[in-house]
Design a protein around this ligand. Sequence first.
Ligand SMILES: [Zn+2]
Length: 337
Amino acid sequence: MSAAPLLALLIAAAPAAPADVASDPSVRFAPSVVRPGDAILVRVRLPPAGRPPSGTLAGRPLRFWRHGGEKWAIAGLPIETPPGPVALELVWGELDPIRSSASLEVVEPGFPSKTLSVAPKFVTPPASLKARIARDQRAFAAAYARPFVAPLFSGSFAWPHDGAHHGRYGDRRVFNATKASVHYGLDIDAPRGAPVRAANDGEVVLARDCFYSGKTVVLWHGADLFTLYFHMDRLDVRPGAKVRQGEKLGVVGSTGRSTGPHLHWSAKVGELYVDPESLMGIDFASGTAPPRRAGPPPPAPPPAEPPAPTASPEAGAPHAAGPATAPPAADAPARPR
Ligand SMILES: [Zn+2]
């Protein structure tokens, strides 16, 4: 499974790819330059009479649907992906398989670090809350257990609320100077009671009051894609409801592990939480996205107080943060402000 020999091969063989065209001309990526944690639209032009391909990006299987004369898939890139090329591998045909490959450029994201204070119960939940947290985790797992289907939406995603962003995907956070986690969503400023709207067409697969994420909605959009809405004050939808883009899901609040009214918005592709801003950048009508820019150099590790816990997304965050490759049981992205 090691990608190293493959990468070496690609670097040696693949000429620099122009604009949004991968080194294999039948493959396009939207965007063509990505950051770790991004959602990526992979487009494969089918050869005449060709059978559909199967493939992987960064070693993770792709699920394709037919879009005109192409096959499209939405991929998520793990947040731990180092800058440099990542490999796309395709296998065409069944009787006489043809292999082809392409590479995608990953740039330094420059995720910042910050420290936060929350009530101690959110850092070390008392034993009395364990059963509730476990029930929440099972509810999330059940919500994510969906078959692969073509997208339930046709156009691009829309912001669930129009507000400034103060906490971004990939922020490294230390809670109460002890517990490290990574922020797997976007915090949108909003007053209590402001409407929270569906980012795209889909189906409500979870509407529940959870310990960490408070009053929560999860929408399933098909194509292995989900969006999550946390800390709401009131939920206006029920599981099973079909919603259209812009439909009201509830109102902004500060329920669960939150330090004040705002909307935490997450997006998930398969098992991976992806950067919602990358999803917003994809134009699903044209199949294009502007290339993503590199962020500042990685932050220096914080001065050692208690043993500095920064490196691994999993570090010290067994239930709240969930590793980047979120197991279905993970309650969801870590949260406070
Ligand atoms: Zn958040």
